[in-house]
Design a protein around this ligand. Sequence first.
Ligand SMILES: Nc1nc2c(ncn2[C@@H]2O[C@H](COP(=O)(O)OP(=O)(O)OP(=O)(O)O)[C@@H](O)[C@H]2O)c(=O)[nH]1
Ligand SMILES: [Mg+2]
Ligand SMILES: [Zn+2]
Length: 295
Amino acid sequence: MEIGGRSHPAFLRGSLSVGPRRTTHVVAVGDRVRVSRERGRYAIEEVMPRRNVISRVDPGSTKRDIEHVMAANLDWFVVVVSLAQPALNYRGLDRFLVLGEISDIPCAILLNKDDVAEEYEPTPEEIYAPTGYPLIRTSAKSGTGLSEVRALLEDKVSLLAGPSGVGKSSLLNAIFPGLELPTQPVSDATGKGVHTTTRVEWVPIPGGGALLDSPGVRSIQPFGLTGENLDLCFPEMAQLHGNCQFNDCKHRDEPGCAVRAAVEVGKISESRYEGYCRILQGVDKPEWWRRSIGS
Ligand SMILES: Nc1nc2c(ncn2[C@@H]2O[C@H](COP(=O)(O)OP(=O)(O)OP(=O)(O)O)[C@@H](O)[C@H]2O)c(=O)[nH]1
Ligand SMILES: [Mg+2]
Ligand SMILES: [Zn+2]
């Protein structure tokens, strides 16, 4: 728990509750809390109302009704992917973006390791232009894009998410010297990250705001996501909402589908449409979210 930039240990009141929602933890990273002091120790008395939360379905919840709040009160949900090893996986990127969207948090994309970038056709810029997400090529090694990212994050509370080994911690270290977050090379054997960051860390930004460096989580089933609200989590599809012939169009084989028409003429990229269809297939199956790991 932090007061005026200094962190203090605090314990939770047993009576603390967050209302009717079923949740695994009462307090999450980013929460604002009311505390009291008791025999030299701080007690968390109350969790203040949240602006937003990033939540996953608790992996042990078979009925998908228990929420695991990963973080609260965010200004940015920043998805970091790599243009080299580990290889860029659009399906994984789209799943992370859906998590940010269902939480109503503005999303941004960082394409890291630009110094060793592979060539992509179409380019990620082309695929994601219709989404409107800020998209920045970066390199923690050569410094590309770092001042732009710094301007984006300053004075804001941002969660950095993305697969293990893409360079989330390295980027934060390069942008804000002095943080010294631990980093580790990607495994030669698998080409994947080795899960260096193990829990969500609250890192204050010198001069204001904070960063939440998260572990490279493999599978996240976003809490509250259904086949009915999935298209609203793709901004370029959401803006066509109501234009399809059928109100409950899932944009698969229905006649008069405005989304498919937009894909045909290139206003929505094929890659994003495929991402949507894949998630739609597995949206209510916890095992799909576990299997279809960010690889
Ligand atoms: N060439 C190159 N390597 C980078 C870049 N950024 C990070 N790396 C390397 O990628 C490896 C993984 O970086 P980390 O910062 O530990 O990755 P992470 O995303 O924090 O990984 P987890 O904590 O496991 O989720 C390290 O060996 C970094 O040196 C970059 O821009 N260019
Ligand atoms: Mg890390
Ligand atoms: Zn449709």
